[in-house]
Design a protein around this ligand. Sequence first.
Ligand code: DAH
Length: 338
Amino acid sequence: MINKLISLKEETIKSLGDLSDQKSLSEMRTRVLGRKGELTTLLRTLKDFQPEERSAIGKLANEIKVDLESRFDSREKFFIEELEQRDLEKEFIDVTLPGRRHGFGKLHVLNVVTAELIEVFSGLGFQLAEGPEVELDYYNFEALNIPKDHPARDMQDTFYFSENVVLRTHTSPVQIRTMEKSRPPVRIICPGKVYRRDADITHSPMFMQIEGLWVDRHVSLADLKGVLTAFVEEYFGVGIGLRFRPSFFPFTEPSAEVDIQCVICGGSGCRTCSFTGWLEILGSGMVDPALYGFVGYDPEVYSGFAFGMGIERIAMLKYGIPDIRSFYENDVRFLRQF
Ligand code: DAH
């Protein structure tokens, strides 16, 4: 009996080591220690032994039972921990993996060009000015010498909030607003959005302009030419020719449109310049003395010039962008390039 008990213990210990999972462990526990298990079955024969033998065998059997129970327990604990460990490994975060990229945003190309233009004109002594996009008819038209029934209004039809409140059609109203609240010398540039009832391949109902104004004693057409030449050389490169073409604006007298030599073909003629070799970049002129009447400047003392250009057009020429719509489509493949 003693031998049987000892060999049951040894065999059990041996096969415990071979077990690979919790299920077979619990099966084995029932087989050995369960109510109908091998140990219990052995002990049933105890009654056939002498009393003194019986107590020695009983004591040994009990020790073996306690011992095996604790071995089963610790084996079970081992399996549970192993399982937990495996779960943990599933959740394991590999800190050496490269992270997911979140692209950095950047300035829109029109804002880049605006900043470049501000930079150039700041270098020429111009200060930044601003005005509202929702503008009074008075500043957008009236005080710029464009009365209610003037034909010049036709080219600048816009969005009306009421008879007297419009979305500004150009940045020129900032000329009036600035002169109204300051005395000469006035030397400002004003970039911003403008709106017109216009939409086709080359026109957008919203676009950007930058306005310039310089009023002081003795400002002449020569200063206008000097400033614009300096600007073209600085921004498009030395040696790019420019020409002044007589034109008409109600708020300048005389007026001129300024062309630069085509930056694509160098002046020999291409599709961009419609085979003329020249590209129109802005409107300009000497401030019409009528405007001084609206802001209380003495036209006998002060004179000045103004100019206005489309920022999209400048950006297209500077960066060789063929289609104005690219600016507003929010296609990051386009926007990322600048
Ligand atoms: N405001 C004009 C336009 O949008 C452009 C312009 C022309 C502005 C001549 C000026 C200027 O300041 O002198 O068509």
